[in-house]
Design a protein around this ligand. Structure first.
Ligand SMILES: [Zn+2]
Ligand SMILES: [Zn+2]
Length: 379
């Protein structure tokens, strides 16, 4: 069969699955999509001209408490952060599985360990044409390794200039922050970008907090977007109401570790996302999250298998996701993907592995779930 036809079929299946299941994705779909990627990369290796599918892939890689985002468009790769040291080997094998050959760009949002360690790992295996990183120095060991590695590779750090535009494959990105040269909090030095593929827009702000968010608002750059990678892992000091209103994202991705000691994502930030009706995708619940943009629509694939990496991090139970495989009688059943909750006899319950259990309406709403429109569980 022609590759294009296979691709169309897969897109159709994926879209149909999304329609029939609401937002819940099953594992088969993501496997299909991965097979699809293998087809494309095999062509890469045979050094033929790869037909460009116009798709932009944004991989929010599960690195526990940290952040690592791989972006691909037309065979060009870009990395934003790489997660902490504990995950560096699994992170680098993810890059290998995706057939990364080199990076057109690596962005280090800032020099905190939960963002920088994996970048050092990636630079040990891959070359990068351009490394964009903020203009401040850190005291840490990992910062020294980063600077040494950059020196060895003869790469000059490109300091981010707000408003500057770059091209990556068929997509482009604009630097949104930092907009100042001195901050008290290293997080506010975070390089933030707006990534655009035709009509689809992603905003990623590293660990930028309110101060930097207000400066981004003041630039006057259009911040409306489809997907927002929650600033500072969903901390309450980021994703301020004004910033959220300017972006008005359909989907929010949160990269955080299960039961992390910082309490990320915070109830405050989750409440702001829910109030705006955003779909929420969390790496601590879903593992790796891949958003595929065809220029008009964005589809999300999740790989459940990797979620088990996080579970090892802490054995404490999360109230919103109890014993996945156990049959359980609950008053209300939530869908961990769509964040809707249902009566146990509702016709549109999610698969068991995507269920969360609540005893009261209040418990469900506090966990950020909204009532199903069909079974009306809150009435
Ligand atoms: Zn961080
Ligand atoms: Zn940080």
């Amino acid at each position: 069969m022609d590759k294009k036809i296979i691709k169309r079929l897969l897109t159709f299946i994926l879209t149909a699955t999304l329609i029939f299941t609401g937002c819940s994705l099953d594992n088969n779909v993501s496997e299909d999509t991965q097979d699809d990627r293998v087809v494309v990369s095999l062509q890469n290796e045979s050094s033929q001209v790869v037909p460009d599918d116009g798709n932009l892939e944004v991989h929010f890689i599960d690195v526990g408490q940290g952040s690592a985002t791989l972006i691909e468009s037309d065979g060009h790769y870009m990395l934003i952060d790489g997660g902490d040291s504990k995950y560096t080997s699994s992170f680098v094998s993810y890059l290998q599985d995706e057939n990364v050959n080199k990076f057109d760009y690596i962005i280090v949002t800032h020099y905190d360990a939960d963002h920088l360690n994996g970048v050092v790992g990636a630079l040990e295996s891959y070359d990068a044409d351009v490394v964009i990183a903020p203009d401040y120095k850190a005291e840490s060991k990992v910062y020294k390794s980063f600077v040494n590695l950059i020196d060895e590779k003869n790469i000059d750090i490109t300091y981010p200039k707000s408003g500057e535009e770059y091209k990556i494959g068929d997509a482009e990105f604009t630097i949104l922050a930092p907009n100042d040269t001195h901050y008290d909090d290293a997080n506010d030095y975070s390089v933030a970008i707006k990534l655009v593929n035709e009509n689809n827009t992603f905003i990623m702000t590293g660990d930028a907090e309110i101060e930097s968010e207000y400066e981004m608002l003041e630039t006057g750059i259009d911040l409306s977007c489809d997907v927002y990678l929650a600033g500072h892992h969903g901390s309450k000091y980021s994703s301020s109401q004004a910033f959220m209103q300017a972006m008005h994202p359909d989907s929010v991705v949160i990269s955080s570790g299960r039961d992390n000691k910082y309490g990320h994502p915070s109830e405050d930030a989750l409440a702001r996302f829910n109030a705006m009706g955003c779909d929420i995708y969390r790496t601590d619940e879903l593992g790796d999250i891949v958003a595929v943009s065809d220029g008009k629509n964005i589809t999300f694939n999740t790989t459940k298998s990797s979620a088990s990496k996080n579970i090892k991090e802490n054995t404490q139970k999360n109230s919103s996701q109890t014993n996945k495989n156990q049959t359980k009688i609950a008053n209300y059943i939530g869908n961990i993907n769509s964040k809707k909750y249902h009566l146990p006899d509702c016709g549109s319950l999610p698969d068991k592995e995507n269920q969360a259990y609540f005893n009261t309406v209040k418990e469900a709403e506090n966990a950020g779930y909204a009532p199903c429109g069909n079974c009306d569980p809150d009435n």
